[in-house]
Design a protein around this ligand. Structure first.
Ligand SMILES: Nc1ncnc2c1ncn2[C@@H]1O[C@H](COP(=O)(O)OP(=O)(O)O)[C@@H](O)[C@H]1O
Ligand SMILES: [Mg+2]
Ligand SMILES: [Zn+2]
Length: 462
């Protein structure tokens, strides 16, 4: 096309290159370059840019004229989702819901339509499924669909003009990568198209006070532009995670202009859609092994919620020149650090052993408070001493093998107690301050030597 040129754009960082590259020289990602057609900047192409105001108009105001906004929030019917949003869907906000294909994004969004539809008009735009397919899924999810409009269309200009007629309060765009604008020459899913479509939705949202939820596929192969390029434009970014082979799903806010990014929502995928899991600990502990060495429970915080998870370690003599270390759900470098501390301080010969670590249930645990449980699981495996399944360990390890204090100790111990744990290993410093009125025995830990001592009081495997 005249006035256009073909370029390749990194879908992670938007680095532009005239030719395809395997590795992005700017951000270092592999296989992220996507072909794109961009216009050579001409006077007319510059003219077409639309101006967006987060206030809906473009008048200047003095600072004292500014008012503290009162966000109007609507419940989605799923309190786990509401919590992650900061207390419900904010009127006029643009939310990006990202996740791998098949994880359940369309399911989740169709499920919230009924509650939103109680006193709002919802427009569900799908570029991926036909009306019939949506209806079929809605039947399965038992969606009534009051005040719900379905539009299968991918042209953004058509979508917005339909929206002008329907006047919805909420627009769901599934997915933004299938949509395109006539104004842009490149293919749907390219960086410029995805950004242009998102921009049009944002402009609409801010002007007419419509809440917009954009679905964005995460694609590891990099064939389409990832949701990353949209993250800075939208008000909130929610990530839908989970192992597709397992049933549980987690929603996390990576960015939220209207709430905390610490909260997570937990769901389970069932035949009738996503069911809320209000007691994640119980789900995570469902398949825990009993009476075997190498297992230790920990209480971790996910946002403001304590959650008990089980860490598994398997330590076996190595047959490789360099011992293997794999760690599933726990930071690899943290694992190596704990191994080094145990080897140096306790003289345990991990260097001649392979170490495999795993978190049961597939959770990703990333806080230092899990150190103690990781260390215990590994010591338990190498010494073949079984840790009682009534014990939970919480604490951070320092390089000298000292056990350091952690936050939210009371909440963690309470949760463990609620789930029936009867002993809690916690940092010495926390134990001094802890008010004890629950049915759990607190064992203070000063350093890794304490761990060894405590462990030796347990029975061995016979
Ligand atoms: N008939 C069905 N019964 C039970 N679960 C189903 C059925 N159809 C689809 N699913 C579940 O829904 C998931 C697809 O969810 P979907 O919302 O389409 O994902 P996404 O929109 O993120 O690509 C599938 O991975 C599967 O687990
Ligand atoms: Mg879908
Ligand atoms: Zn890049």
């Amino acid at each position: 096309m005249k006035g256009t040129k073909v370029v390749f754009i990194c879908s992670e960082c938007e680095y532009e290159s005239p030719k395809w590259m395997g590795k992005c020289p700017h951000c270092g990602s592999w296989n992220t370059f996507v072909e794109d057609v961009v216009e050579k900047e001409t006077a007319s192409s510059l003219q077409r840019r639309t101006s967006i105001s987060m206030d809906g108009d473009n008048t200047e105001r003095t600072f004292s004229e500014l008012e503290i906004p009162e966000y109007i929030r609507t419940a989605t019917g799923l309190s786990e989702l509401d919590r992650v949003l900061g207390g419900g869907l904010v009127c006029g906000s643009v939310v990006l819901l990202s996740g791998e294909p098949g994880i359940g994004k369309s399911t989740l969004l169709l499920q919230i339509c009924d509650t939103l539809g109680i006193n709002k008009k919802v427009l569900y735009v799908s570029g991926e499924e036909s009306g019939g397919q949506i209806k079929l899924r809605a039947e399965r999810l038992k969606i009534i669909g009051k005040n719900l409009y379905i539009l299968t269309e991918t042209n953004i200009e058509n979508i917005l003009s339909k929206a002008d007629k329907i006047k919805p309060d909420v627009i769901i765009a599934d997915s933004v990568q299938t949509m395109y604008s006539d104004k842009i020459a490149s293919a749907p899913g390219s960086v410029t198209q995805v950004k242009e479509c998102a921009m049009s939705f944002i402009a609409k949202a801010k002007k007419h006070n419509i809440s917009v939820i954009l679905v964005g596929h995460v694609n590891k192969e990099g064939g389409i532009a990832g949701p990353k390029v949209l993250e800075h434009m939208v008000d909130a970014v929610l990530c839908f995670e989970g192992d597709r082979r397992q049933t549980y799903r987690i929603i996390r806010a990576n960015k939220n202009r209207f709430g905390s990014t610490n909260e997570i929502g937990v769901f389970e995928m069932t035949d009738t859609g996503l069911a809320e899991v209000t007691n994640p600990s119980e789900m995570l502990l469902a398949d825990r092994p009993v009476d075997s060495s190498g297992n230790c429970a920990v209480c971790t915080m996910e946002g403001t919620r304590p959650m008990v998870a089980e860490i598994q370690a398997l330590v076996t003599p190595t047959v490789f020149p360099a011992p293997r270390r794999t760690s599933n759900g726990i930071d690899y470098n943290r694992t190596c650090l704990i191994l080094a501390v145990l080897e140096k301080r306790l003289g345990l010969k991990f260097s001649s052993n392979d170490v495999y670590l795993n978190v049961i249930g597939g959770m990703q645990l990333d806080e230092p408070a899990i150190d103690l449980a990781v260390a215990l699981a590994m010591i338990s495996s190498i010494t073949d001493k079984v840790i009682p399944d009534t014990l939970v360990a919480i604490g951070e390890l320092g390089l000298s093998g000292e056990c350091r204090g952690i936050s939210n100790i009371e909440q963690r111990v309470k949760e463990a107690s609620r789930l029936g744990y009867t002993e809690a290993l916690i940092p010495y410093r926390n134990a001094e301050k802890l008010q004890l009125d629950f049915k759990i025995k607190v064992i203070p830990v000063k350093n890794v030597f304490d761990l060894l001592r405590i462990l030796s009081s347990f029975k061995g495997k016979d």
